[in-house]
Design a protein around this ligand. Structure first.
Ligand SMILES: NC(=O)c1ccc[n+]([C@@H]2O[C@H](COP(=O)([O-])OP(=O)(O)OC[C@H]3O[C@@H](n4cnc5c(N)ncnc54)[C@H](O)[C@@H]3O)[C@@H](O)[C@H]2O)c1
Length: 369
């Protein structure tokens, strides 16, 4: 890494689960020589979390007031990793300070709120990225690569089933995820907004939808959502999203059908693979190693063009997806190039989420055109 390259000086707010995942990714990206960056400050209102993160990630400047972190002269770029109800004020403050920003998903509790944040960041002309991280999953990137390189024919239908153990305990242990005034909702907005984004990324804008949601746990947030979406290009996609109480790995099961081809993706911590089958050819199973090469290529690296440490950083389990997304976003800020997923993508996903909640309430099809 040459010294002429601009140093990326970033500050991060929220040293919980996902904040630490990004901090781990930043250090790994720096250690691997992929980015010349400094974590110049971190902020949390939980002082124990703040101090332990400062030690773990070797950060000198700590703040309990996010305004101070954003205003600090060494903060050039801001990561927002707090619970969802905190995003809005922090995004506005970073935009007011004219600092590029990354905000975790969901951006807000509703599409109008997300639209306001989009407008604020557009007005401030600051790059604004969102943590819709599945776009950096090696298998979804591989699926895009397949579609670009083979004739799958017209898109017909897709299905995603997303299941997770209710995240008030288990891996997240975050009581706020059961609280509507903080999380904004349950399995649909908090987790499956990722799947909505993926379906829109592959199948285009949604023309209309209907949905049903359930509240089996008796909490304020839904633990089941099923949606049928008609896309403007004619494809129909369905999403089933559930938070249950079974001790099993979180899993996503994905099936895309085209007139002349099929793509299936199984995402589960223990076993991850992609199957595809093109008309007239046998089925093919793709394991992470193969998909990783395509992900690295999409990030601008030729095969064998990276050290093993750098490849591992961008693709390994743990920081996987997040390191790739952080790399792509930070590079885009450095090079002043476009990045997605951005706040436009987040707003579009929020419009679909809002429409699904409205459809479930009204028991009707909702028009999104
Ligand atoms: N992209 C993804 O895959 C992904 C994964 C997990 C979480 N998330 C999102 O990231 C966000 C955070 O989730 P989490 O699991 O890390 O939550 P968490 O509870 O583990 O961490 C949130 C942290 O923010 C801190 N915080 C709260 N209010 C604050 C304030 N005003 N100022 C500074 N710090 C404050 C808390 O003390 C806590 O340490 C949520 O919006 C969540 O949906 C995204």
């Amino acid at each position: 890494m040459t010294k002429e390259q601009a140093n990326i000086r970033l500050g991060l707010i929220g040293t919980g689960n996902i904040g630490r995942t990004h901090l781990t990714a930043f250090l790994a990206l720096r250690e691997a020589g992929l980015l010349d960056l400094d974590i110049t400050g971190i902020c949390d209102i939980d002082e124990d979390s703040l101090q332990s993160a400062a030690e773990l990630f070797d950060v000198d400047n700590v703040f309990t007031d996010y305004g101070e972190l954003i205003a600090h002269e060494e903060t050039d770029l801001v990561y927002i990793c707090t619970p969802t109800n905190r995003h809005s004020d922090m995004v506005k403050a970073a935009a007011r300070a004219r600092k590029p920003l990354f905000c975790e998903k969901p951006l807000a509790h509703s599409a109008p709120q997300a639209g306001e944040l989009l407008a604020v960041t557009n007005d401030a002309k600051v790059p604004a990225a969102v943590g819709l991280v599945l776009r950096y999953d090696q298998f979804f990137v591989y699926a895009k690569h397949l579609l670009e390189n083979h004739d799958f024919g017209a898109p017909m239908m897709a299905h995603i089933r997303d299941d997770q153990r209710f995240p008030v305990d288990y891996i997240y242990y975050s009581k706020w995820r059961g609280n509507r005034s903080i999380a904004g909702g349950g399995t649909l907005i908090e987790h499956s907004i990722h799947d909505i984004d993926i379906l829109r990324w592959f199948f285009g804008e949604v023309e209309s939808l209907t949905a049903t949601i359930g509240f089996y746990s008796g909490r304020e947030v839904e633990d089941h959502a099923s949606i049928i979406m008609k896309h403007t290009d004619g494809a129909v996609t369905t999403l089933d999203s559930v938070w249950h109480w079974v001790e099993r790995p979180n899993e996503r099961s994905v099936e895309f059908f085209f007139e002349k081809g099929y793509i299936g993706i199984r995402l589960e911590s223990a076993k991850r693979y992609l199957d595809y089958h093109l008309q007239g050819r046998g089925p093919v199973r793709v394991w992470p190693e193969t998909a990783n090469n395509v992900l690295l290529k999409s990030l601008g690296f030729e095969e064998n063009g990276l050290s093993p440490e750098a490849s591992e950083t961008l693709t390994s389990v743990g920081t996987e997806r997040y390191a790739a997304l952080d790399y792509a976003f930070l590079k885009s800020v450095q090079e002043k190039t476009a990045f997605s997923p951005d706040f436009r993508d987040a707003f579009a996903a929020h419009r679909i989420v809002d429409a699904a909640y409205n459809a479930a309430d009204s028991k009707k099809w909702i028009d999104l055109t």
